[in-house]
Structures are given as C-alpha cells and as structure tokens.
Design a protein around this ligand. Sequence first.
Ligand SMILES: O=P(O)(O)OC[C@H]1O[C@](O)(CO)[C@@H](O)[C@@H]1O
Length: 533
Amino acid sequence: MSPLPPLNGQDSAALWERFRQLLWHDPDLALWLDVSRMALEEQDLERFQAPFAHAFAAMEGLESGAIANADEGRQVGHYWLRAPELAPDPAVAAAIAAEVDRLETFGRDVLAGTVTAPGGRPFTDVLWIGIGGSGLGPLLMLRALARQGVGLPFHFFDNVDPDGMARTLAALADRLTTTLVIVVSKSGGTPEPHLGMVQARARVLATGGDWSAQAVAITMGGSHLDQEAKAAGWLRRFDMFDWVGGRTSITSAVGLLPAALIGADLRGFLEGAAAMDRLTRVPDLRANPAALLAASWHVAGGGQGRRDMVVLPYRDRLEVFSRYLQQLVMESLGKRLDRDGVVVHQGLAVYGNKGSTDQHAYVQQLRDGLDNFFVTFIEVLEDPAEIPTIDGECPADFLEGFLQGTRAALAEQARQSITITLRRFDARGLGALIGLFERAVGLYGELVNVNAYHQPGVEAGKQAAAGILSLQSRVEGLLADGQPRSLAAIGAELELEAVEPVFWLLRHLCANNRGYGAKGDWGQPDGLVFHHT
Ligand SMILES: O=P(O)(O)OC[C@H]1O[C@](O)(CO)[C@@H](O)[C@@H]1O
C-alpha cells in the first residue's frame, strides 16, 4: 500500500486516497467507519503499534476475567453479557443466559397481558426509576427503538427534582394503579433512585395501587434494594451483576427490559454488540474500528483530551446518543490520577445533539470559531418509505446533503471529523454502535493509562452532598428552639468553619413552606436573622 497522504489542504485526490486507505467496512453489519478527516498520519499508525499491542493485550486480559478495575477489586464483564460463553466461570455464563430468557419472557407476558396489574388489568405504563447508566441506557433504547403503538409508554424519574417528579406523576394520574414501576440501581444504595422509589410508592399506595404487585427491581443480588424487594415480595427482581458498571450496563437487564417492554428485538441488539465485539478484538490497528477511533481521538487531543468530541447523529432516533456517550466517555476517561498514581487530569469532553438541527445552532462556531473539537457524524442510509418525495423534494436527500455539506465545510477550515455510516438503523445496529464505543473507550483508557472503570470523582460529590444534608439536620436542630440567630451565631454555636453552606440551606428552607423565616436584606447575608416559627 502506498504511504498515507497527510491531512493538509484541499487536494481532493489526496483526500480520496486517505479516504480509500483508512475506510473500514464490515459487510455483515453493513457499517463503515471513516477517520480520513482526522489528523491520523502514517507516522502515527507506526508509533501506535506498541501502545496498541499493549492495549489489545490488556483488553484480552479484561475479557478473560482479570481484575481490570483494580481500585474496586472488580472484574469488568460487560462483554460477556452478549457472549456468555466468554465468561470465565460457567456458572456466570449460565446466569447471564438465564437472565436474558427471564427478561424476554417477562416482557412478552406483560405485553400479552398474562402478567397483569392488580385486579387483572393490563399494565398501561412503565415508570422507570434510575439515574446515570441506570437511566440513560433505557432512555436511549426507547428513543432509538420504540415504534408507534407497540409496547408500553415509558415515564422516567431520573433525578430528585420534585418538579420533575410532580409532572411525571401528574401525567400518570389515575393510570398509576396500572403502572409497572421499575426501580434500577446497581448498588441499590444511590439516593436518587431510593428517593424516587419512596415517592412513587407513596403515590401508588395513595391512589389505591398495590405496590409489591407493581414493582420490579434491577440491582445486584444482596443489595439494600434487592433485600427490600425480596422482603416485600415485589413482582420481579432482575440481576445487575457486580462486574457490570452502570455506564456499560445497557446490554444487561438495564437495557434489555426496556427493549422487551417496547417490543424491540433484544436478541438482535445483543447480537449486534457481539458482532462488533468480535470485530474490535482484531489486534491490528488498521483493521480494528475501535482502535481507529481511539487512535483518532488520541491524535486529535494530543493524548490529553485537548479536543472535545461533538456527536452529530443524522437520525432523530439517536438524539440521546450524545448524552449516552457523554457518560460512557467522560465518566470512564475523566480521571485525576493514572494507574500509576500520577496526577494527569485526563478526559475527553463529549457533547452533541443531532444533525441537521445543530447546523442551525452551534455548528457556526465549529466552522468558524475555536478549533477545540472533532465531530463524529453518524449517518443512516436506508430511509423510511413513509416520507415520500413531494414536488421533487425528498427530505432524506436534503439530510444527506446537509451531512456532506457540513463535513466539507468543516474540512475547508481544517476542522477534523469522523463519520460512521450504517446501512440501516435497527436494534442490531444500535448494539454495534454501543460495542464500538465501549471498546474504543477501553482501548483509549489503556493508551493513556487510566482506570476506565471506576468513578472516584462521583463518590467525592456524593460524600460532599451527604455532608450538606447532615449540616441541614444540625441547623434545623439548633433553630428548633425558636430563637432567632444570625449566620455568625449559627456558625459559632455549631462550631462551623464556614457559614456559606448554612446561608444556602436556609435560603432554600425559607423559600418553601417549611416553617423558617428571615429578617433583613437577602442581598446582605451577614445582617440576616433566621428563625423557626
Ligand atoms: O445504578 P446505581 O448504583 O444507582 O448508580 C447509578 C449511577 O451512578 C454512578 O455510579 C455514578 O454516577 C454511575 O456510574 C451509575 O450509572
């Protein structure tokens, strides 16, 4: 093969040669990957040989059951979920396969009306309670694969925003007694899904529902949530295995149960991910699409994430994909320390929405402004037949034109881009996309030597939040005697280092009907006097 022409200028013959040489295609998945507009050069492909040999070996070790998440002492087994025979323990392989059967059967029975809400009425809705990977994966499944009139409508508690909860419960209204409530938390101890569950249960019971007969748990065996569901005899419990991380849980019950409840092809989804896994195990940088992605990200950001990834899927069904990738990539790669304990502040920022919509929003800056990004276009070739050409105008042709136009306009300004093209978008294609990015993140993590499977920064935020809640209890306890106090007085009596958190807490309490009031100027916190009435 002739040397890869460098990416510079607008020489169309050189660009075509780059395109030809770097194009990756799999006929079975009918998927193309084009990294020719990334700053990946011949010398990079050579210098990456040794790091990728190491990364491929590390991924092989991970898939064979090594403790790849050393900090948490955990195996990382999401690849086994779509190829159970790869699990190092036959009992684990059997458990994975059995769980898929159970999920499929349960979904089918709910849709067929053989598993019903109390009183024998068919379930009408699903309320899904979960956050992070336990909420985003299901949301992606729904937005990507739901078909009009098939399966149950979904509603989400993916936060503890009371306004969001109130709106969701109001929308369900009298259908709450026929709503299947699915509580998802791998750890079973995350406050957000717990609070959501408590609110949902109270409302279901208040409207005459039968909580245990309507509730389903997806969690690790033995977790607090699992114990609660078991003790109260919930309708079903599904396993979220210890070796599956939240952000890679979409091929577990977390993604498969939504698929089953919207009548999507969950076996096809798993098969697509498995097929991509096979293709991304190939230990050859040029022949491995996940390696080509990871190498392209590396050169774009100098191995330090100096360019953001802008995800632009040209298909509305993939609108949530950028948010999904945001968690997968940023929670995996955004790390302060590398595996050797050296402070590295690694990461790769991800954002996006969809094309061509974003053409009329931030693409202006991508073309003309700060060059701190690369775009990942996602294209689907097969168009639905329902939208015809009218007066010679075919929306699908415009979409193709907009994609190519944006790619070319960016290249004119030396802005980098990747394009992933799928012949058709279905459950199998979605599985393939998930597999592709999961492996690319794993390989990139090895290249930059970070543990892509833990999230110590999130834990830090959780602990800080717990500290604030405990401070609130102390402040409320102090003010319970009815004595008015300034912030300084509260700080002194509680021996606090800082009073600013107290101001924030009391500002919130005073804004609601919680029995607190303040005298003074809210713009001059020092002069405020707080009391409990
Ligand atoms: O499923 P759990 O244990 O409630 O965790 C929810 C989310 O919280 C995190 O642990 C931290 O954000 C994610 O990795 C996970 O997806």
